[in-house]
Design a protein around this ligand. Sequence first.
Ligand code: ADP
Ligand code: MG
Length: 260
Amino acid sequence: MMNAALAPAVKITGLEKSYGAYKVLHSISFSANKGEVVSILGASGSGKSTLLRCINMLEVPDAGEISIHGESYRLTQRSGFAPRAADPKQLLRLRSQATMVFQSFNLWSHLTILENLIEAPVHVQKRNRAECVAEAEALLERVGIADKRNFYPAHLSGGQQQRAAIARALAMRPKIMLFDEPTSALDPELVAEVLKVMRDLAAEGRTMLVVTHEMDFARDVSSRVLFLHKGLIEEDGRPEQVFSNPKSERFRQFISKHNA
Ligand code: ADP
Ligand code: MG
């Protein structure tokens, strides 16, 4: 195993994924350093969600390697069979180091907000309950919804639910955070409060991979922009470079369509 202190936050090598005969990801390779905020852009269907889902093994890739802080997921690779996670304990541990925030929040509707935050830390990570409650309360304070701790998700606005989902992801003490269009399901007036939380996380040096259509966020907050087209990375660079001088003609069209 690579020295974790020197390893990139996330390193992806030769990642491939098909659904049936349809190849969604074609040999994706990239790595992100600790503290980097990478915006992943691309048209609908280009493979953005699949890429994020492979990073925490919600989808198991057909080929390639994924490592988080120097540790690679161990997969079984028997010819004729789809690969599977080889080590359930490692899977749980690595997955909780790469927590996901979904477009549709995905809070557990039968649990209160506080219970949502402590569920995985207590039951998956086996941490002390009182410590998890204290940490969860501090996180709810941070995202500005401490007063909602005993509410059920249905009684919160979309923006509050997404901030709760971000706090829930933070409660796992992740090494990297994955955001899949975190503001796309929100009414326009609620987008800013979620982006504000994400900007604060970026400013404190969190490693984040963010699939987004928010061009201002991609331009102002991210240290790096990837543009995916049909399962391939077509553009990869610093925002000031790729927005002002894109190499890919398709990315140029994408930018002008999104008024960036
Ligand atoms: P994006 O997030 O960029 O819109 P996705 O990664 O969701 O793209 O999807 C890429 C392609 O893979 C799409 O054509 C989609 O229909 C297909 N796809 C995604 N998930 C599945 C699945 N579970 N089964 C079959 N096809 C899928
Ligand atoms: Mg998607």
